[in-house]
Design a binder for this molecule. Structure first.
Ligand code: GUN
Ligand code: FE
Length: 442
């Protein structure tokens, strides 16, 4: 399937840059060996005979990357949102995640999650599993089967969990992580491991030291949480008194991006370098100036999760500031802090919370535009996987076909308006096709 040469024809929309979009009516996007060969208003001579799927007036857009979500939490999405982070973890999340020790439960729950993710507006995702190795491998098997491209982490946690949800010791947690990385070596084509210390309060210095070693040995990327909630940040100060700020408590162990990172971090190229540690930090709602500077200097990706930040009352991240500084920002649903898997909803939430921040907190930080939020959902997060999130020549061919005829209107509207309406009004009826790396997924 991947080796096919084909074209999709329709209303093609993608980002030209962070601020502008390209809309091309009755145009072709060509896929060659899983890679985008470009967008054309007329097929060039060399592609004259390729099979074309004519989608009429349907929109064809690049896939969305969900840069942060928790697979085991999908089971209780939309419940338990009257608590703040630390109480929410202890009361709801940890008991729920403990259930994944039971593989038959994991199978039931993960089947629902993977099926829904496959049929969502997501082509790529960076996913937290639980600390359980067998259930994590089961999840990875299912995701591989789905055709999506994902990074999945076996979670590490050796302190402050619950009797049911905590690894025995730092050494046991590290050994299990090595076993996991060995088990899955060469097992998958488009499902990749990512090291996943849950967050500093969950991991002792001894465990972080071991994870730093594993990262260097296996050249795996890293994902975690950062500066999400005031109580959490104060706790990290107590737990890591020598750290200068929260992000430093990861950096001390070599788990915070790449020293001397190029401003355009190329994940695949970077991972060959011994210094490199491609890293995603979810939230960064309350990051200090020093922390933000280190995020920039070391090419750390920020996963902005506005729905979760609203649900568990964490706050509103200064995304305008991050964009203006040229940081890498993608969007995450953070299910089940967030209740919805919809990346269109993540785009809407990004725009909406940025308006509230501007109105209520800081009128120097202008609201995020549709174009900017779309960019974050496509190239912003996609670039963590390499050349992903655009239809420009050379990008991996991730595409979604959108039929919006049920969003009725009595007047003529522009393509930008059609896209904006999908941001606010779409549901699963609107997704009628999906390709990842050239594979037809639905
Ligand atoms: N910090 C540590 N664990 C979690 C989690 O599961 N969800 C969120 N939103 N923040 C966390
Ligand atoms: Fe999270």
């Amino acid at each position: 399937m991947k080796k096919e040469l084909f074209a999709l024809k329709g209303m093609i929309c993608y980002s030209k840059n962070q601020r502008e979009m390209i809309f091309m009516e009755d145009s072709y996007v060509v896929c060659e060996n899983g890679i985008c060969a470009g967008v054309f208003s007329q097929l060039p001579e060399e592609y004259k005979n390729v099979p074309v799927e004519d989608l009429g007036n349907r929109l064809i857009i690049p896939g969305f990357t969900d840069l942060h979500l928790h697979a085991p939490q999908y089971a209780y999405r939309g419940t338990g949102m009257d608590l703040e982070l630390l109480d929410w973890l202890n009361t709801i999340t940890f008991p729920q995640e403990a259930r994944y020790a039971d593989l038959s439960y994991a199978k039931k729950a993960y089947s629902i999650f993977v099926d829904d993710l496959k049929h969502s507006f997501t082509t790529r995702a960076c996913i937290f599993a639980t600390l359980h190795r067998p259930a994590t491998e089961l999840l990875m098997d299912m995701l591989e089967e789905s055709g999506l491209a994902t990074m999945v982490g076996k979670v590490n946690m050796d302190r402050n969990g619950s009797p049911e949800l905590q690894e025995e010791s730092a050494q046991a947690s590290a050994a299990d992580t090595r076993q996991w990385l060995e088990d899955i070596k060469r097992r998958y084509d488009h499902t990749y491991p990512i090291l996943t210390p849950r967050f500093t309060p969950s991991c002792t210095d001894e465990l972080m030291t071991e994870l730093g070693k594993i990262q260097k040995e296996y050249h795996v990327p890293v994902q975690s949480h950062l500066s999400e909630n005031f109580g959490e940040i104060a706790w990290v100060k107590e737990l890591c008194p020598t750290s200068r700020f929260y992000g430093d408590a990861y950096d001390m162990f070599g788990l915070f991006g790449t020293k001397n990172a190029e401003s355009e971090l190329d994940y695949t190229a970077a991972s060959a370098n011994s210094n490199s540690c491609p890293t995603i930090m979810a939230h960064c709602v309350h990051s200090t100036d020093e922390e933000i500077q280190m995020i920039k200097d070391q090419g750390v990706y920020i996963a902005h999760c506005p729905e979760s930040n609203t649900d568990i009352a964490s706050g509103i991240a200064p995304i305008r500031r991050y964009l203006d500084m040229g940081l890498h920002v993608g969007l995450g649903t953070d299910v089940a802090g967030g209740f919805s898997l919809s990346m269109f909803r993540a785009i809407a939430d990004t725009i909406q919370v940025s308006k509230l921040r501007w109105r209520l907190m800081d009128q120097n930080l202008a609201p995020v535009t549709l174009e900017e939020a779309f960019y974050m959902a496509t190239i912003g997060g996609g670039s963590f996987f390499g050349k992903v999130g655009s239809f420009e020549k050379g990008y991996e061919f991730d595409a979604m076909i959108l039929d919006d005829h049920n969003i009725r209107h009595p007047q003529e509207i522009s393509t930008r308006d059609r896209l904006e309406r999908l941001v606010y009004l779409s549901d699963d009826r609107n997704l009628v096709g999906k390709y990842v790396q050239g594979r037809k997924v639905i």
